[in-house]
Write a protein that binds this ligand. Structure first.
Ligand SMILES: *Cc1c(COP(=O)(O)O)cnc(C)c1O
Length: 350
């Protein structure tokens, strides 16, 4: 076996997909499974394809290009105008906020004689993508509806991504007001009202999600088994679908405080050290190129002290591990993302 290794437990992911989609169907909420954190990896995609999930979603066309599925494919990062041709080829629906880009999608869709779905995004205060909710949007809506090769599939919002705004009934009601306004003004019904990401789950489970929201786009909840507004675990789901294992290349007893004149580390950061006397220190052949040290969640009595590009320094009880031993960690969302993209990290599906 080559190390470092990221192990991906397919049964656990399957359990997470089945548990959460079953639970959400009780709330009449359809799901877009977001696959960006694992680059739409085929073994995981197969589980999604075999499930009741309604849509497959990703932020990148480079991932969506590889996705083979009969479910509608959704691009969740608002498109670049320069990629319009590929957007309509490799996705069925995209999230959008710019009328110029939507016009480019309409033209591109016309060229290949297809109809592309648009979910118009509204910014309810988190300050990432979307038309500001209090702005005048009806002009754009009417322009979209007048285009021949795009179809207004619905509206959506994204929260707890940039501004850290947590979904509450008051905040999500802003989206419902927009839905009602558009439906009255245009005499149509919007099929999809997409209320956000994994941070919306706590509100749903508490029964306080405003009526009218009928879709969520979920990535993290499926890979880490939790909602993300408060970080609460979801019953029956796993937080260790993805784990990282790395090999110890040095184990020695050394002081815990550096000696000599102290400057900054290899990344220009001033590091704070606490003098805890002599400790057993291990070095793993794993570094920031593979995963950040804050992304490693230790199991088995290990503490992560820090890392550089190619080394991660840990401490543990004297005698607990030797050179050549393999240490295992759970991962944060960022750790899964980085590990899946790191070419030196072996991926093993079990
Ligand atoms: C990544 C992303 C999601 C999924 O977010 P999770 O927190 O992983 O559930 C949903 N919508 C958009 C627009 C995204 O970029």
């Amino acid at each position: 076996m080559r190390y470092p290794v990221m192990t991906i437990d397919l049964n656990k992911y399957k359990t997470n997909i089945e548990t959460l989609t079953a639970r959400l169907s009780e709330y009449h909420t359809s799901v877009m499974v977001v696959t960006k954190v694992f680059r739409a990896s085929p073994p995981l995609l197969k589980i999604i394809n075999d499930s009741d999930v309604a849509y497959v979603a990703d932020s990148r066309l480079s991932n969506l290009k590889t996705v083979k599925t009969t479910k509608p494919k959704v691009l969740v990062r608002i498109p670049m105008i320069s990629e319009a041709k590929d957007v309509v080829r490799f996705s069925d629906i995209s999230l959008n906020s710019e009328i110029g880009t939507i016009k480019a999608l309409d033209d591109a869709a016309k060229d290949i004689r297809t109809i592309h779905g648009i979910i118009l995004m509204f910014d309810l205060g988190d300050l990432r993508e979307g038309i500001y909710y209090a702005a005048d949007y009806m002009d754009d809506v009417k322009k979209i509806m007048a285009m021949s090769h795009v179809r207004l599939e619905g509206i959506g919002c994204n929260l707890t991504c940039y501004g850290g705004v947590i979904p509450t009934p008051e905040t999500l009601m802003k989206l419902i007001v927009i839905k009602d306004h558009i439906e009255q003004e245009t005499g149509t019904t919007l099929p999809v009202i997409s209320g956000g990401n994994s941070s919306g789950l706590d509100l749903i489970f508490s029964g306080k999600q405003p009526l009218g929201i009928n879709n969520l786009r979920l990535g993290e909840a499926f890979v880490l088994g939790r909602e993300t507004a408060y970080g609460k675990p979801i019953k029956g789901m796993h937080d260790d679908v993805f784990t990282m294992r790395a090999e110890l290349i040095e184990v020695k007893d050394k002081p815990s405080y550096p000696e000599g004149l102290l400057g900054v580390n290899a990344f220009g950061e001033k590091v704070h050290f606490e003098d805890q006397g002599i400790m057993t220190r291990g070095i793993l052949a794993l570094g920031r190129q593979d995963v950040g040290c804050d992304d490693l969640i230790p199991i088995d009595g290990i503490t992560v002290l820090g890392c550089s590009s190619d080394h991660t320094i840990v401490t543990f009880e004297k005698g607990a591990y030797q050179v050549g031993d393999i240490l295992e960690f759970k991962l944060t969302y960022g750790g899964i993302l980085r590990g899946m993209h790191a070419s030196d990290v072996e991926k093993v599906y079990v």
